[in-house]
Design a protein around this ligand. Structure first.
Ligand SMILES: [Fe+2]
Length: 324
């Protein structure tokens, strides 16, 4: 087993603890066999480094990727519930990465950190690399937390944060798609179970409000991590013209997705600028190569998507449900 964790691979920008790079000793080594054989060491390394990039292995296509997830997580991949972004199913519980316009960046985030339950481990598989850019940048959220102004952190620790989502009729992702059902009672039951307040709107739409913690402890190491969607879901993190357009149409509480402090108070713009700077300062990136598999500890590393040109097909799977 070769784990090149300290050297900087070509195309890597910035410095950071993520990710560790694993290469096979012999060409053509099957990833499933490799992960099965070295599972304990690799899981320990993942809990330390936050992410592992497995490069140069024989993956065996989407079926092999699915088997890899099962072998490494010990459980089948999860279904993608409470959707906030469009994805297509490739096969079973293997999805495309977000179907989002190629010219737009997707900001750093920890998958489903706005939910009561989130996946502990994420898997990305490069089926078809992009022509330019299109990386999945990573940021160690221990580093993000360490970079945050202590006063800003204290404010979030005292008040928590809140995400408000408005599923308007005829605008954005409809609630039926987000919740995978058109049964209102099922949505209400789903929300109640997950500490989400659900409110039906006169236009047939839905508003949901969830209050969550901003700082969590990693379940293995006990380290504190900045694990939330307060920055990602704030309208000011959208491309400027998109955010301005939305704010011209909607009041803050009616925005499709927006964040506040846990008590409903406005998060000042300068705080959001500061938080975005902390994420970006911790960000590292690499260029995708065909058959790369990236395993991410979702409670140690945030991920993003660069804009890109060319085909870019990245399969995604999520596993190991976890909660606070
Ligand atoms: Fe994501």
């Amino acid at each position: 087993m070769t784990i090149t964790s300290e050297e900087t691979p070509p195309g890597w920008l910035g410095t950071g603890t993520v990710p560790g790079l694993c290469r096979p000793d012999a060409p053509g080594t099957g990833i499933h066999a490799y992960l099965t054989e070295h599972r304990a060491e690799l899981r320990a390394l993942l809990a330390q480094r936050g992410a592992l990039l497995l490069r140069g292995f024989d993956v065996g296509g989407v079926d092999g990727f699915d088997q890899t997830v099962r072998a490494f997580s010990g459980t089948p991949p999860l279904a993608y519930a409470e959707r906030s972004s469009p994805r297509s199913t490739i096969k079973g519980q293997v999805y495309t990465s977000t179907d989002y316009p190629p010219a737009e960046e997707i900001f750093l985030h920890n998958e489903n950190s706005y939910q009561a339950v989130w996946p502990r481990t994420l898997y990305f598989y490069c089926v078809e690399p992009p022509t330019t850019l299109g990386a999945t940048p990573l940021a160690d959220i221990r580093r993000v937390l360490a970079a945050i102004d202590p006063q800003v952190r204290a404010e979030f620790e005292a008040r928590g944060w809140q995400v408000v989502r408005n599923f308007h009729t005829g605008f954005g992702v409809p609630w039926q798609e987000a919740f995978n059902t058109s049964d209102r009672d099922a949505v209400v039951a789903y929300c109640a179970e997950r500490r989400i307040e659900a409110e039906w709107r006169p236009d047939g739409g839905l508003r949901t409000t969830a209050v969550r913690r901003a700082v969590h402890r990693h379940p293995v190491s006990g380290e504190e991590v900045w694990f939330n969607h307060a920055t990602f879901f704030h309208t000011s993190t959208l491309p400027e013209e998109v955010g301005a357009g939305l704010r011209a149409i909607f009041d803050d509480e009616d925005l499709p997705t927006h964040t506040f402090y846990g008590d409903g108070g406005t998060i000042p713009d300068e705080v959001l600028d500061h938080l975005r700077g902390c994420y970006r300062g911790a960000s590292v990136r690499f260029d995708w190569q065909r058959d790369d598999v990236l395993i991410v500890d979702n409670m140690l590393a945030a991920h993003a998507r660069e804009p890109f040109t060319g085909p870019r097909r990245i399969a995604v799977a999520m596993a190991e449900p976890s909660d606070a």
